[in-house]
Design a protein around this ligand. Structure first.
Ligand code: GUN
Length: 301
């Protein structure tokens, strides 16, 4: 068997065409969607990620505001910056690039972002709402993975899904979103004993561990769908995922490449969330306030 490639770059391109049309419709109604990206310090990887987000905004016609803060900025100053952006009606999405310097408490910063502008989906409200399937903004990477899975045409209900990696950004929300779709979910992590005994049972294997070469063919069930969330730079400069792509591709039915799989989808879903926020703001302008509990993204069974 040779796996079919799940092409995240192509899907992103198609989605972004639709985004440009949504931006035009919003602009006709007097709303110019805007995303604010806060970067504290100058971590090289974060700079690249932020650059990609700004570029995607430009491509889709979304206005972006890059707020660069010094590495020694106080937590109070970060919170005050977020408050200003919360109050700014021309901004529909606010994102604080992680990680933050150790003197700033991530939890405080994430809770300061208005739930209605939390396009990363990291606010406790949006995290908690994933449990009940009512989150306004699903976190971008798992959201992108969900759309990539949809392109295979395979229903996840009843499937064994194994997620490798239990981070707040990918592994945990991914598990919750697929549980909502009635998959049987196992989440493995760094302390899991005998990883292979879990992964071998996976109809759908999602790997977000940040360890190149972690998943070898012996750990993969024949005909599985394999989604590689890892992005690792090798000493020779090559970018690879967590899965031994060339070998596992011979066993899987579907597989995402790295680069060109999950990566482009993460940024694309950020734009999706920003547009949804602008559309909600337009709708809410007619009403007194936001309907806190409206529009579940992941429907309850
Ligand atoms: N750092 C690594 N991934 C992410 C992400 O998806 N959003 C933010 N804000 N920071 C990150």
């Amino acid at each position: 068997m040779t796996a079919q490639i799940i092409d995240g770059k192509a899907l992103s391109r198609r989605l972004r065409v639709g985004f440009r049309e949504r931006v035009e419709r919003l602009k006709e109604r007097g709303v110019a969607p805007g995303l604010a990206v806060i970067l504290v310090g100058d971590n090289p990887a974060s700079r690249v990620y932020v650059g990609n987000k700004i570029k995607a905004c430009e491509e889709c016609g979304v206005r972006s505001l890059h707020v660069g803060l010094a590495v020694d900025v106080s937590e109070a100053e970060v919170l005050a910056t977020i408050q200003r952006l919360n109050d700014d009606g021309s901004i529909h999405g606010i994102l604080v690039q992680l990680p933050l310097p150790p003197h700033i408490q991530i939890a405080r910063v994430l809770e300061a972002i208005s739930v209605h502008k939390d396009v990363d989906g990291f606010h406790l409200y949006n995290v908690g709402a994933l449990v009940t399937g009512t989150s306004i903004f699903p976190p971008c990477t798992p959201y992108g993975v969900q759309l990539l899975l949809d392109t295979t045409g395979i229903d996840v209900a009843g499937k064994n899904v194994v997620v490798v990696g239990a981070s707040n950004i990918v592994g945990k929300p991914m598990g919750l979103m697929l549980l909502q779709r009635e998959a049987t979910v196992t989440i493995c992590h760094a302390r899991t004993r005998d990883l292979a005994q879990h992964t071998i049972l996976a109809d759908i294997l999602i790997v977000a561990a940040g360890k190149p070469g972690l998943i070898v063919p012996q750990m993969v069930k024949e005909g599985a769908i394999v989604i590689d969330v890892g992005i690792n730079r090798l000493p020779d400069g090559r970018i690879v995922g967590d899965v031994c792509f060339d070998e596992v591709k011979k066993k899987a039915a579907w597989i995402t490449p790295v680069p060109g799989g999950v990566g482009p989808m993460t940024v694309t879903m950020l734009i999706e969330n920003t547009l949804r926020s602008a559309e909600r703001a337009f709708k809410a302008a007619d009403e007194d306030e936001f309907q806190e509990w409206e529009a579940p993204i992941v429907k309850s069974p």
